[in-house]
Design a protein around this ligand. Structure first.
Ligand SMILES: Nc1ncnc2c1ncn2[C@@H]1O[C@H](COP(=O)(O)OP(=O)(O)OC[C@H]2O[C@@H]([n+]3cccc(C(=O)O)c3)[C@H](O)[C@@H]2O)[C@@H](O)[C@H]1O
Ligand SMILES: Nc1ncnc2c1ncn2[C@@H]1O[C@H](COP(=O)(O)OP(=O)(O)OP(=O)(O)O)[C@@H](O)[C@H]1O
Ligand SMILES: NC(=O)CC[C@H](N)C(=O)O
Length: 564
């Protein structure tokens, strides 16, 4: 039995489904850990296949391939280097598939532990694909009894309590915990709660990187049994931390290591957007992205994030003026592109609008010009961007923010064209704040330029879709501070309408926003995926039927009765 342990924490960025690539990254990390004298290396949840693998787990071939890759890797650990606690989807002896942690030691799998508490809410669907494990006891490693609760297993006390009661000495917790604003604090509070209840030190190791709509921030940490923070690893960056442990008076203590400051607020939000775009584009093999650059704030911020994620050479902006495009917009698009150092092309959509007008004239005879023609403008832009995408292999980024996606203020097959949306989960008021934030500093790790990246006028001018003369967003929507506050209550807080009105908002406005939100579900279902940053992003976090005759929320409200 030892009284000293060196544990390497591998905060790495796996790609879902890329077992070989993920294991190669792990081999490199293990080599570095071996050089640092590590006894054991911990990976994040399901590291070998990346988290979340979703329905891939239901394919027997996927599970068989994982086993084959892990078997090869396990043999390599006979080299005298560190043992590895590896996350993998694993078929147990009973034939069922578990979300497992494998202790791989001296060339073989020495122990298996299965996740007990399978999250099945929000974006998580683990009960759909995994069997739940039995309450686990610790595993023995060099005579030390190590408890391995997996991610959700520490969100309630039971699993850790069982580990402590069965003699656990250290808690090593692998996670696949997606970023949300404010989640770093929440995780640390949970960690402290489990440490206090069990009296055991706890290692929280999280995945890094983007996977479709989710971004994993890393930000792993180590808490000693006295609740002190021994290590705080960085967010948004791969790192292998070498932690040194010793047994004093019968209890394990981690020697103090690095405690870096983790970004919060706008800084963390901006980093999350960079991570989402960078990994979506790179992991899917795109050369770069295309953005319709209108001279407005949403496209300017989307372009800034894309440049910070990919570098200016991989971002191609296109200004597509119509007869309604103002000189101001042309100037602002040009200046924002110049500041970002990106290529800006100008393609006039007037001829496309003219062609549609001519084609449709015999059929539209006797009708007035209305939203139909406005949408043709938007769709002419979408068509143009998609043509460039097909020809040159760049993916289109759509630019609608969460406020617009909430109320359906976007055109199907028009400005909603695209493969990915940077701002899908960012309310308009946050868009303003992020622009100001980015103009003041370049985020760490960003590939964009130092200094301001968008002209002040883009931030201060009133938002406009410019689909008809003098159009302003506020002609159709409540002012953004009001709209966003109501939306946040309706979406994130699920606040009853009467309670929102009781806060002092105009009842008609609240009802209008609710109706718009309710009705736009069909549009959101056809929208590109985008980075989740809030508690409740559109998509898997918030699932409503499209065909839905239930409007009870406003019918039942005394306010709505008064308003009807
Ligand atoms: N439940 C449902 N399930 C499936 N489809 C449904 C549907 N309800 C309507 N539809 C269909 O949806 C279509 C209407 O939606 P859509 O064609 O998008 O058109 P619509 O929503 O009527 O108009 C677009 C709106 O986006 C605004 N906007 C804001 C900012 C930028 C831009 C821009 O384009 O740059 C636009 C614009 O001012 C306008 O208010 C119709 O074809 C209708 O039949
Ligand atoms: N003249 C244009 N040239 C290029 N793209 C445009 C143009 N007008 C609109 N778009 C594209 O359509 C999206 C929706 O733009 P629109 O201006 O109508 O609304 P917005 O929500 O105010 O966006 P933004 O703040 O970027 O202007 C823009 O973000 C942009 O990608
Ligand atoms: N992978 C998981 O079990 C994640 C669930 C957990 N509640 C989290 O977000 O951190």
């Amino acid at each position: 039995m030892t009284d000293k342990l060196t544990i390497a924490l591998a905060q790495l960025n796996p790609t879902v489904g890329d077992f070989q690539g993920n294991l190669d990254r792990l081999r490199e990390a293990r080599k570095a850990a071996a050089e640092a004298g590590a006894d054991l290396m911990l990976t994040s949840e399901l590291y070998v296949c990346g988290y979340p693998p979703e329905d891939l787990v239901l394919k027997p071939m996927f599970i068989d391939s994982v086993r084959a890759a892990v078997t090869v890797f396990a043999r390599e650990t006979a080299d005298g280097g560190p043992a590895v606690l590896l996350g993998a989807p694993w078929r147990g002896d009973d034939g069922r598939v578990y979300n497992a942690m494998l202790l791989i030691e001296d060339g073989a799998i020495a122990a298996e532990r299965y996740k007990v508490d399978l999250p099945n809410y929000g974006v998580f669907d683990e009960k759909r694909v995994f069997a739940a494990g039995e309450m686990p006891g610790p595993v023995a490693f060099k005579g030390v009894r190590i408890g391995i609760p997996v991610c959700e297993d520490i969100w309630t006390p039971d699993v850790v309590e069982c580990i402590a009661e069965t003699g656990g000495e250290i808690l090593l917790v692998p996670n696949g915990s997606p970023f949300e604003l404010g989640k770093t604090d929440q995780r640390q509070q949970l960690g402290v709660a489990r440490v206090v209840e069990s009296g055991l030190p706890l290692v929280y190791l999280n995945q890094l990187g983007g996977q479709d709509e989710l971004v994993f921030d890393g930000a792993s940490f180590v808490l000693n049994a006295d609740r002190t923070l021994a290590w705080q690893m960085p967010a948004w960056r791969e790192k292998v931390a070498i932690t040194h442990w010793s047994k004093k008076d019968g209890a394990w203590v981690c020697a103090p290591g690095e405690t870096v400051a983790v970004e919060t607020g706008d800084a963390s939000l901006y980093q999350a957007l960079i991570c989402g775009v960078r990994d979506y584009v790179n992991k899917n093999g795109f050369k770069g992205v295309l953005i319709g650059m209108s001279g407005g704030i949403d496209s300017a911020l989307s372009a800034a994030v894309a440049v910070d994620a990919l570098g200016p050479d991989r971002v191609h902006c296109v200004m597509m003026p119509s007869p309604y495009t103002s000189r101001e917009s042309l100037e602002d698009a040009a200046e924002a592109s110049r500041l970002l150092g990106v290529k800006l092309d100008e393609i006039n959509i007037g001829p496309a609008m003219g062609a549609f007008s001519e084609m449709l004239a015999p059929f539209f005879e006797g009708t007035n010009s209305d939203i139909t023609e406005e949408n043709i403008q938007s769709r002419s832009r979408g068509m143009t961007l998609m043509a460039l995408s097909n020809k040159f292999g760049y993916m289109v980024l759509s630019t609608g923010n969460k406020s617009e996606m909430s109320v359906g203020y976007a055109t199907l097959y028009g400005d909603m064209c695209g493969g990915y949306n940077v701002l899908k989960d960012v309310y308009k008021m946050s868009v303003f704040a992020l622009c100001r934030w980015r103009n003041e500093r370049r985020p760490s790790g960003a590939l964009g330029p130092e200094g301001a990246v968008m002209p002040e006028r883009i931030i201060t001018k009133p938002p406009s879709a410019e689909l008809r003369p003098d159009q302003k967003d506020e002609d159709s929507l409540p002012p953004y501070p009001v709209l966003d506050a109501i939306l946040e209550d309706l979406i994130e807080n699920v606040t009853p309408i009467a309670d929102i009105v009781a806060k002092g908002y105009d009842p008609e406005t609240v009802l209008k926003v609710w109706r718009l939100l309710d009705r736009a579900e069909y549009k959101r279902r056809q929208a590109p995926p985008g980075v989740k940053v809030t508690l409740k992003a559109f998509g898997r976090d918030r699932r409503y039927p499209l065909t839905n005759a239930f409007h009870g929320a406003y019918m039942a409200s005394p306010v709505s009765k008064a308003a009807e």
